[in-house]
Design a protein around this ligand. Structure first.
Ligand code: HEM
Ligand SMILES: *[C@@H]1O[C@H](CO)[C@@H](O)[C@H](O)[C@H]1NC(C)=O
Length: 510
């Protein structure tokens, strides 16, 4: 009898602790944000979130207000939708809100890279050194040279005949911007091994194109991979691709290249000096490839597409490009070689800047996550204070909470190329509830995890668009073409991609 009772007690206890672990007993305590666990234990709302994150969050915001905690795949996420709190969250000390723990898990899962502790501040400093200031000048020159090789490699035909060439816009933009950035960061074929410079260039073009094609395969699997929801067949493919990138980008192969950027070589050297084994450094390079090349191409695509769909915007930006060329003594004439665009010239383009920022507002949708390391309080703009619980995660989804807010950005679904610029060329201010907002567009994230490559990304996109507008006439094959819908499986991963490609044609001007 006693034995039965003991067994029964043990059973009940383990059942209860199992249910506890599944989060069944957690309820909202005083001063905590509204709690919504959904109906499925542990999984909570993961399916709704995965299906259309933006839609899900909109629904939750309607139900619960500007702050709420939801259960997603075993984790409690507190979403903060009030942009006046963003500063407090992004500036909170790392002893309370930590970016690393969430990012590390994802990075291990997706790239097989396990970050070392205590490397963060040095890595950050190295990024600053090579992705801003003089370092950025070097990268800009390298990218410029690569773009010229990639875009003007075909011998220019006779003046009279300037044939139209047709292509798919997303593929065209992504391919060129990816390869130009990749070659600038990861280096080019050494001239030593081959007969001449032309042959080395040719090899770079072929190799970077192959790499792009494999990258796109991985890119397509990425959202499911990050959610650990890949079907078995795709899992094998993802594994194959990962190995391909580790070996293609490896430290060993990189030694044979010229012009490897300081951003890659210095970070690698730092890891090596801190005892990180070579195979792990290979994986680190793969992660950097994704971080550096996954968003710029798609952003360039949207920008060119919006310009083609909005003739007034196209006219204004083109006039600006031509003015900059003229004032810097670069008249583009028939048969003239591709222009060398300098960083100085890129600083004279307030309309292009605004059009790019507007594009990012519409299509950049990162999910910004921090782990709560200690209980802490957060004050909302209406004065209410909430407790954030240790062990939970705080998340921002600025695409919904600021970028698409009609109060901050009237007619948020429309592309207005000059939304971010005053008539005198200065930047516009933005308001909500009559108060000036600091965070009104967050394509790069904010705080300690803000994208270190944002200046380089902006430079690459602007160089590419500048060259396209200066040297080519562009038009959509179908003038009535609708702007394609965005692929909603990618919410949270950076720049969104279209569900289908769009045909366009281009030909040399003059
Ligand atoms: C349009 C292009 C780009 C967009 C929209 C973008 C966006 C972002 C965002 C939102 C984050 C932060 C993620 C978070 O807080 O969780 C991030 C991180 C990062 N980005 Fe970018 N990025 C772009 C281009 C680039 C480029 C060109 C580079 C490098 C050359 C780069 C390097 C990185 C790195 C290394 C991180 C990780 C930083 C860390 O772990 O602290 N990005 N990016
Ligand atoms: C996803 O959600 C957004 C925001 O609510 C909505 O505009 C969009 O139409 C949804 N997309 C699909 C395909 O359901």
């Amino acid at each position: 009898m006693a034995l039965w009772a003991a067994l029964l007690c043990a059973l009940v206890a383990s059942l209860l602790s199992g249910l506890y672990l599944l989060g069944v007993f957690r309820s909202q305590r005083p001063n905590e944000p509204p709690l919504d666990k959904g109906i499925i234990p542990w999984l909570g709302y993961v399916l709704d979130f995965r299906k259309n994150s933006s839609e899900f969050l909109k629904k939750m915001q309607r139900k619960h207000g500007d702050i709420f905690t939801v259960l997603i795949g075993g984790y409690y996420f507190t979403f903060v939708m009030d942009p006046f709190c963003f500063g407090a969250i992004m500036k909170e000390s790392r002893s309370k809100l930590d970016f690393r723990s969430f990012a590390s898990k994802l990075v291990l899962q997706v790239f097989g890279y396990k970050p070392i502790k205590a490397s963060q501040s040095t890595m950050h400093a190295l990024s600053m050194k090579h992705l801003t200031g003089d370092g950025l000048n070097l990268l800009t020159k390298a990218t410029m040279g690569n773009l010229q090789k990639l875009m003007f490699s075909k011998p220019s035909s006779r003046e009279e005949e300037r044939p139209w060439q047709e292509d798919s816009l997303f593929h065209y933009c992504y391919n060129i911007v990816f390869r130009a950035g990749y070659l600038a960061l990861y280096g080019t074929e050494s001239h030593r091994g081959v007969d001449n410079e032309e042959e080395a260039n040719e090899r770079d073009l072929i190799h970077s194109n192959q790499l792009f094609n494999e990258f796109r395969k991985y890119d397509r699997l990425f959202p499911c991979l990050a959610y650990s929801m890949l079907p078995p067949k795709d899992k094998l493919e993802a594994e194959r691709l990962k190995r391909f990138f580790w070996s293609t980008l490896s430290v060993r192969r990189s030694c044979q290249k010229d012009n490897v950027s300081g951003w890659i070589s210095d970070q690698d050297q730092f890891l090596a000096e801190n005892g990180v084994p070579e195979y792990m450094r290979d994986r680190f390079r793969f992660m950097l490839l994704w971080a550096s090349q996954g968003n710029t191409g798609p952003t360039a695509f949207w920008l060119l597409l919006y310009l083609m769909k909005h003739p007034d915007a196209m006219r204004a930006v083109k006039e600006e490009v031509e003015k900059v060329l003229r004032e810097n003594g670069h008249e583009v004439k028939a048969g003239s070689p591709p222009t060398d665009i300098t960083r100085d010239m890129l600083n004279q383009t307030p309309l292009l800047d605004s059009a790019l920022e507007e594009t990012l507002r519409l299509v950049a949708a990162p999910l910004l996550v921090r782990a709560v390391l200690q209980d802490m309080s957060l004050e909302m703009s209406n004065g209410t204070e909430y407790v954030l619980c240790k062990g939970d995660r705080v998340a921002l989804f600025p695409h919904l909470s600021v970028q698409m807010d009609p109060e901050i950005h009237p007619e948020p679904h429309r592309f207005k190329y000059d939304r971010f610029v005053n008539p005198d060329g200065t930047k516009k201010d933005f308001y909500k509830d009559g108060k000036r907002l600091k965070y009104f567009n967050m394509p790069w994230g904010a705080g300690i995890s803000i994208c270190p490559g944002r200046f380089f990304a902006t430079t690459e996109i602007k160089l590419f668009v500048f060259l396209m507008l200066a040297h080519y006439d562009l038009e959509l094959v179908n003038g009535e073409e609708e702007i394609p819908a965005i692929d909603i499986s990618r919410w949270g991963f950076g720049t969104m991609q279209p569900v289908r490609d769009v045909h366009f044609r281009y030909r040399r001007r003059f």
